[in-house]
Design a protein around this ligand. Structure first.
Ligand code: ADE
Length: 220
């Protein structure tokens, strides 16, 4: 899976080099290429934004600069996603669907946004990570990359995908590890029994119970 990210703030993506995603990059299971939109400005001072026509506060990213950045990485099989609170809200189903793509170009806006003309020209899909407004699309882009990369073969062990929250429509059962007795609180007995069928059954019941309590909407 290849990700190209178009951004004015490449350094914001450094956290992706850590932990599971960092290892997936090292193993070349995923490829994340960060493109600095500013490099595609033709002006002397590398200008990338200007005041909005019609007035109003803030700055708008210029269409020609964004378009040149896009053209530098566009391939036949690319899908362009624009991170915006106006997009459709990301969920596990959408993540799984996008993980089947070969090449995603993720466009991150900043300031008041991006000139509508270039969005109309290049964007295939708009995605939001929730009904709140962030200062830019960079953190949402990282959320998208992280959630999709988990589906790429070899990034996680396949069991953890099957067992996790949302994948089967339910939340995950609780987990325990050593010590067996923590401040007087014991690990549920069934988990020490070694009886796999009973453990399975207990976990399924707990999943259902937790979903009923915390996210009853998932059962509707
Ligand atoms: N950019 C700013 N806020 C956002 C959000 N909630 N989702 C996606 N992109 C955004």
């Amino acid at each position: 899976m290849k990700f190209d990210v178009l951004t004015l703030f490449p350094k914001m993506f450094e956290p992706l080099n850590e932990s599971i995603i960092g290892r997936a990059i090292e193993k070349e299971l995923i490829n994340i290429n960060i493109v600095n939109i500013r490099d595609f400005s033709n002006s002397k001072h590398k200008k990338v934004d200007d005041t909005p026509y019609g007035g109003g506060s803030g700055m708008v990213m210029m269409p020609d600069v964004v378009y040149r950045a896009f053209k530098s990485i566009k391939a036949k099989n690319s899908k362009v996603i624009y991170m915006t609170p106006q997009g459709i809200k990301l969920n596990q189903k959408k993540v799984e669907e996008l993980s089947k793509q070969e090449h995603l170009i993720i466009l991150c806006g900043h300031y008041e946004g991006i000139d509508q003309r270039v969005l109309d020209k290049i964007v295939d899909e708009e995605i939001s990570i929730g009904d709140y407004v962030l200062t830019g699309g960079e953190i949402p882009a990282m959320v998208l990359i992280d959630s999709i990369s988990r589906y790429v073969k070899g990034v996680l062990n396949q069991e953890s995908i099957k067992e996790e929250s949302f994948t089967n429509g339910l939340l995950e059962y609780p987990q325990y590890t050593r010590p067996e007795n923590f401040e007087g609180e014991k690990v549920p007995k069934v988990l020490l029994s070694g009886h796999h069928e009973n453990i399975e059954k207990w976990r399924r019941e707990k999943s259902l119970e937790i979903t009923k309590k915390k996210r009853p909407d998932l059962l509707e």
